[in-house]
Design a protein around this ligand. Structure first.
Ligand SMILES: *Cc1c(COP(=O)(O)O)cnc(C)c1O
Length: 438
């Protein structure tokens, strides 16, 4: 396979690498990628959820082609263009009442999170933000400043940032115990070191994705909302990875029983093109002209892609598909759990699933090396998926929303084989040396 992967390693900066195996792709269609060795790889990651419609979806291709036939400029900073307006209008039409107001368009989850973090502080005059340990809101300075993921250790945090634990039913003694202890900690924070009148907003992930695909306990975020409302603290839902149909509802926060003030979209919104959005009330999102922009924000090509994605999710009923196929996939993964002791937990909503690997089910010691070996072996067998988690031991499933049950079954069979091969010692550990993952 000397070729594309090696050229990539010579030419491209390692600072942007998050590699798990020597994947080099030259094309793709639907839920499959085509390797430079001609193999068809079943894609259970969809590039971390960004390829929401799968690869080469005709609706996305047509929208982008049309936008480029007579290009309405390359930016909306100093002019209006139809795709940007239509995308914004569409996002407002799907936003809950509380968040209806204005739409800010960006390139990435990072720039959107950063913009919201700056805007909530500037607009409310309250200096502090609360977010979660293990949270990933982006890789720019301002979005890392409100994140709590260990991969960003050492990066300066926003002044006064308070990180609270994300309740983890698997590790914190079940749903109720996890929720109660997390709520107690939030309450003691607000009655002690962090006066609520200093807090502009609480940033939340409806499923803590890069932190380990942790599904919060039932009722937890309703209590969080109650506390925040009592103190005038804004709720910001980061729907970048699990929003827009992926969890089986259009918005992931709907399943938490809450209504956020500001919503952040990214990844799947562009279907593979760089588009993000923040939607919220005018008082926050209109804070000041020229407060946050980059030159080609709101460009008509990426905006047209975003609009096409939203229309396709509706037209092809992909939210319903994510619910149905996701339920099927999770059920198959739970069957794998009965077979393989290394699987400590399988959880998720819709096509947003995590499989947590442990060395020992009793003490739940994270099986970090095995996670790396299993994703490596799965790739050799033809299945693409990566691992996440504060302990790097959770296999992440964010396939295209178009995934079929047959493809789900095919992927589970490959994963089953990969786990067997690793358990039998058939995978050479030295293969991992070049792949640090995260
Ligand atoms: C990936 C991610 C981001 C950052 O998005 P980028 O497109 O990588 O900038 C923000 N929030 C969540 C929840 C994410 O998963």
């Amino acid at each position: 396979m000397a070729g594309l992967y090696d050229r990539d390693a010579k030419a491209l900066s390692r600072m942007s690498f998050l590699r798990f195996f020597p994947q080099a792709v030259i094309g793709g269609d639907g839920a499959h990628l085509i390797g430079d060795d001609g193999r068809r790889l079943l894609d259970f990651s969809a590039s971390w959820g960004a390829a929401s419609l799968g690869h080469s979806h005709p609706a996305l291709r047509d929208a982008v082609t049309r936008a480029l036939e007579s290009q309405a400029g390359a930016s909306h900073l100093s002019s209006a263009n139809l795709p940007a307006v239509e995308l914004a209008e569409k996002l407002l039409s799907i936003a809950p009442k509380r968040a209806t107001g204005r739409v800010w368009l960006g390139h990435s989850g990072s720039d959107a999170s950063e913009t919201v973090a700056r805007a909530v502080v500037a607009a409310t005059g309250r200096p502090r933000i609360i977010s979660f340990k293990g949270a990933y809101h982006g890789g720019s300075v301002g979005s890392m400043a409100v994140s709590g993921h260990p991969v960003q250790e050492g990066v300066p945090k926003a002044p006064g940032l308070a990180l609270i634990p994300y309740p983890d039913p698997y590790r914190d003694g079940g749903e109720e115990a996890a929720a109660n202890s997390a709520i107690t900690q939030l309450e003691s924070l607000l009655s002690g070191p962090v006066p609520p009148q200093d807090v502009a907003a609480l940033f939340l992930e409806p499923i803590q994705s890069d932190g380990g695909m942790v599904v919060p306990p039932a009722g937890y975020f309703e209590k969080v909302e109650e506390i925040c409302r009592r103190h005038g603290i804004l709720l910001v839902a980061d729907e970048v990875k699990v929003g827009l149909g992926r969890t089986g509802s259009l918005h992931a926060f709907e399943q938490l029983g809450i209504e956020p003030d500001v919503i952040i979209f990214g990844k799947g919104l562009g279907g593979g093109l760089p588009v993000s959005a923040a939607v919220g009330p005018e008082a926050i999102m209109d804070h000041k002209p020229a407060f946050s922009f980059q030159t080609v924000h709101g460009n008509p090509v990426c905006a047209a892609a975003g609009l096409a994605v939203l229309q396709t999710i509706e037209r092809e009923r992909l939210t319903e598909n994510a619910a149905t196929v996701g339920r099927h996939l999770l059920e198959r993964l739970l069957r794998l759990k009965d077979k393989h002791a290394i699987i400590g937990d399988a959880r998720g909503r819709g096509l947003s699933i995590g499989v947590e690997l442990v060395v020992d089910r009793a003490n739940k010691e994270p099986a970090k090396t095995e996670a790396a070996l299993i994703v490596y072996r799965a790739f050799e067998l033809g299945l693409v998926l990566y691992y996440v988690g504060i302990n790097s031991n959770v296999l992440e499933f964010t396939p295209p929303l178009t995934l079929t049950k047959e493809q789900a079954d095919e992927g589970v069979a490959l994963l089953d084989q990969a786990i067997c091969d690793v358990a039998a010692g058939r995978v050479d550990r030295s293969a991992l040396a070049a792949f640090a993952g995260w």
